[in-house]
Every structure is written in structure tokens, then in C-alpha cells.
Design a protein around this ligand. Structure first.
Ligand code: ATP
Ligand code: MG
Length: 440
């Protein structure tokens, strides 16, 4: 993308309404635009990040054999009356009446709908486990939308649902999803710690929230610092091997990690004092096992091996994809701007042309750009060098490729790594290779 002809509405001023860094930076970098309270339009770079995160989420869901579906955002109230949640959900649910006076709602989550789909298509235990997920917009009429996409009213979520034959098998699915989530967050480039959590209105008795540490987070948290010292995914885990999954889960849950709702003083005091970390964090995902809560209330049963009907055991698994964009920035920025992890950056690099009137500079930039026009942004604007550097730092591209008239005479360009500030001087035709091979 050539910056001179692109739609990148960066802001020079810090927007007054934004209270936290990620919100300020997303507005300044032109990633989002608020359309009404808690409702955002996603502009080109913001959308790229949303897509990059979505792709990683998809790949890791598919890797544990979850199948993707897409359910509508609008749901019939009848479904929610069957589960008893239509009245229980309260004012966060946006209720709509259509022209035939039928009650609809904009889905805040999809347990009822997926259970209904399951009911219409699965009749026998032989089809279990069934594991389905979607990436879809949700609406919750939050009383106090704030912090930009972090607590929005309309937000993008990955929501997955599982149906298993019994408790034992449902818990194995839960373990698999735990692994899928750890892999997802690791690939995205953010540390999210699974912590024992309350189940809230979803119900059930086993749940973990995935928390990104941040002083601006809304969740109070307590964890053993040794948890973060482990490289949980350094050994490959066979997700078909139930024993391996169980061992992994046991090893992980030995370390204390709980949100304030589940905090247990007695257990906490068994953690060595110098390892007790108390603080705040952002919930970027949550997984639940809730047994037969919905299958029972909605009377959804299948035929078991003994020919008797039984209620399948369910779990549900959410990732706040749009919230993650903010959470990643919250944990990866400096006073100049965003520092994108490579895996989700809107562009891998920006080519900064410091000599737009210099034939040689233009030639070199064109050559670099043409071989990477999908993943490199080309700053070909006729602007001051300082303002180009500021924009590059603000937008947080992992690499800046600086092409200036003086160094180009020696066939050299300069590379800057946004994260560390390291600089490298390289011959032009080594640039792409160097970026691809860089580890650090
Ligand atoms: P919270 O406690 O923050 O209100 P929740 O526990 O009600 O969230 P879940 O039902 O667990 O949310 O939804 C799954 C994920 O969706 C959450 O972990 C979070 O990342 C994201 N999410 C929930 N509410 C919002 C929101 N208002 N704006 C953006 N993301 C949200
Ligand atoms: Mg939650």
C-alpha cells in the first residue's frame, strides 16, 4: 500500500475522550472511529489487525478439530424463553420487535441457538463429541461502555460450543480448548494467563479466564509468579492423548492463579510470599464447562449406547477478538506509539522514502515495495522526515526500512526494529531476507 494514496486517517491530537493508552493510540493511528457510544467502525489498519487475529484463532480452533459455523446476529426471543434466560439476562440484552410484532434480540452470546441447531441435527451419542465455533459480532448494552473497543457495546467474538457424552469426556474437550487458547495467545504475541474464574450468568462449575496483565484492566487478579516462568508449550502435546492432556492440566493448575471472585485466602497463603503477584488484568477470553444446564432446560437429548436418551454435557469458549486488539496495545506500546507483535501487525514493515525527489531513492523503494506489496507499507509522501518517522512509530510496524539519498549512494539502507530500537545497515538486496530470518 502506498501511503500517498491510501486512507490512513491518523490524528495529530490526543483525543480527549480516550482515557487509556490503547484507546488513544487506536484513535490516533486511525484504526477505529466511534460511530455512537460503544459502537465502532473499523478502518483499514484496524481491520487488518482484526483479520490477522481472527486467522490465528481459526487455525488453532481447527487444529483441535472444532468446525466453523456462522450464526445470525439476530435471534428469536423464543429460544431464550426456552432456556429461561430471556428474563434472566437483564438490560444488557438489546431487544427488538419486528414488523410482525415478533420479539427478537441481538445475540449477546449463542448457547441457546447452538443447542437448537445441535438438537435438530444430532440424535445419537455416535456423533459426539461435537465442537462448533463461530466468529461473529455480539451486542451487549453495557451500562458504561469505555476504553474504546475494550468495553464496547458491539464487539467481535469467537464463541465455541461443545457437546459431549458425559462429564469425563466434556472435561477432556475443556483441556483441549485450554491448549488451543494457550497456543492462540502465544502466536498472537501476548501473554494471557489462565486463571480460575467465576462462571457468571453462563452458569456451570468449571471456568478459566485468560488474563492479559495491565494496570488499566478491570479484573482483580492473584497469581504465583512462577506460572509465568514456565514455557508451557515447549513440549508438543498430542491433543488426542487424554492422559497427556490431564497431566498438562494438573501441572498447570498447581500454580495459583485466580480472579478476585475465586480468590481463596487459605490457598494464597501457601504461595511463597515473594512469589505472590496481585494486580489487575484484562479478560481476553473465557472457557466454561457447564454440564447439562442448557440441554436440560431446552430438553435436548440424544440416544445413548444403551438406547436410553441422555442430556449431552456442554462447554462454551469465548475469545474477545476486538478487545484483544486493545489488550495487545495496552501491553505493547511506548510513548511514541504502538509496537505490534509481528504475527498480527497490519504491515510487516514500512519503507520510509527520505528522498522522494531523488531518482535512485525512488528506484530502490519501488524495487523493495514491488516484491512485498502485500505486507509492506510504502511511505512515499512528500513530507518531512520527522513526521514520517513519527507516523511509523505511532502505527507500530515491526520494521522501518529507511531509504535516504546519502546511504543509497553506497548501496545501503537502514533498518530499524520498532520493538528494541536496534538499527542495522544492510545492502539493499539483503533486506527482505534479513527481515524474514530475524529472530528476536
Ligand atoms: P466482562 O466480564 O469483561 O464483561 P464477560 O465475562 O461478560 O466479560 P464473556 O461472556 O466471557 O464476557 O465473553 C467472552 C469474551 O468476550 C470475554 O472474555 C471478553 O474478552 C469479550 N467481551 C465481553 N464483553 C465485551 C465487551 N463489552 N466489549 C468487548 N469485548 C467483550
Ligand atoms: Mg467472561
Amino acid at each position: 500500500m502506498r501511503l500517498s494514496s491510501a486512507f490512513f486517517p491518523t490524528l495529530k491530537e490526543v483525543p480527549a475522550e480516550a482515557q487509556i493508552a490503547s484507546h488513544r493510540l487506536m484513535l490516533r493511528a486511525g484504526m477505529i472511529k466511534q460511530m455512537s457510544s460503544g459502537i465502532y467502525a473499523w478502518l483499514p489498519t484496524g481491520l487488518k489487525v482484526l483479520h490477522n487475529i481472527s486467522n490465528i484463532v481459526r487455525e488453532e480452533q481447527n487444529a483441535v478439530f472444532a468446525q466453523e459455523v456462522l450464526m445470525p446476529t439476530l435471534q428469536s426471543a423464543d429460544l431464550w424463553k426456552r432456556s429461561g434466560r430471556y428474563d434472566a439476562y437483564g438490560p444488557e440484552m438489546l431487544r427488538i420487535v419486528d414488523r410482525h410484532k415478533r420479539d427478537l434480540l441481538y445475540g449477546p452470546t449463542n448457547e441457546e441457538m447452538i443447542t437448537d441447531i445441535f438438537n435438530q441435527h444430532v440424535t445419537s451419542y455416535k456423533s459426539l463429541p461435537t465442537l462448533l465455533y463461530q466468529l461473529q459480532w455480539k451486542f451487549r448494552d453495557e451500562i458504561r461502555p469505555r476504553f474504546g473497543v475494550m468495553r464496547a457495546r458491539e464487539f467481535f467474538m469467537k464463541d465455541g460450543y461443545s457437546f459431549d457424552i458425559d462429564y469425563k469426556s466434556a472435561v477432556v474437550t475443556y483441556y483441549k480448548m485450554m491448549i488451543a487458547y494457550l497456543r492462540t495467545f502465544q502466536r498472537i504475541g501476548v501473554q494471557a494467563i489462565p486463571m480460575l474464574a467465576d462462571t457468571g450468568p453462563i452458569g456451570g462449575d468449571l471456568s478459566h479466564e485468560f488474563i492479559v496483565l495491565a494496570p488499566t484492566g478491570e479484573s482483580g487478579i492473584y497469581f504465583d509468579s512462577d506460572f509465568t516462568q514456565q514455557n508451557w508449550l515447549d513440549q508438543p502435546i498430542d491433543i488426542q492423548d487424554t492422559n497427556a492432556l490431564e497431566t498438562f492440566f494438573k501441572r498447570m493448575t498447581k500454580f495459583y492463579a485466580a480472579t478476585e471472585e475465586k480468590h481463596d485466602q487459605e490457598k494464597w497463603h501457601k504461595v511463597p510470599q515473594n512469589k505472590r503477584c496481585e494486580g489487575r488484568g484484562i479478560e481476553v477470553g473465557q472457557i466454561f464447562y457447564f454440564g447439562t444446564k442448557y440441554t436440560k432446560s431446552m430438553n435436548v437429548s440424544v440416544i445413548g449406547p444403551d438406547s436410553n436418551k441422555f442430556y449431552p454435557h456442554m462447554g462454551s469458549y469465548g475469545i474477545g477478538i476486538s478487545r484483544l486488539v486493545g489488550a495487545v496495545i495496552e501491553s505493547s506500546h511506548d510513548d511514541k506509539g504502538i509496537i505490534w507483535p509481528d504475527a498480527i501487525a497490519p504491515f510487516q514493515a514500512v519503507i520510509i522514502n527520505l528522498g522522494v525527489k531523488d531518482i535512485k531513492c525512488n528506484e530502490v523503494c519501488d524495487q523493495l515495495y514491488q516484491t512485498n506489496s502485500n505486507s509492506y507499507l510504502y511511505d512515499d509522501r512528500d513530507e518531512r522526515a520527522g513526521s514520517k518517522f513519527n507516523d511509523a512509530d505511532l502505527m507500530g510496524h515491526p520494521w522501518q526500512i529507511i531509504v535516504g539519498p546519502r546511504s543509497i549512494k553506497q548501496g545501503i539502507v537502514e533498518l530499524k526494529r520498532r520493538k528494541s530500537g536496534e538499527r542495522f545497515e544492510l545492502p539493499i538486496d539483503h533486506v527482505n531476507e534479513f527481515i524474514q530470518a530475524y529472530q528476536g
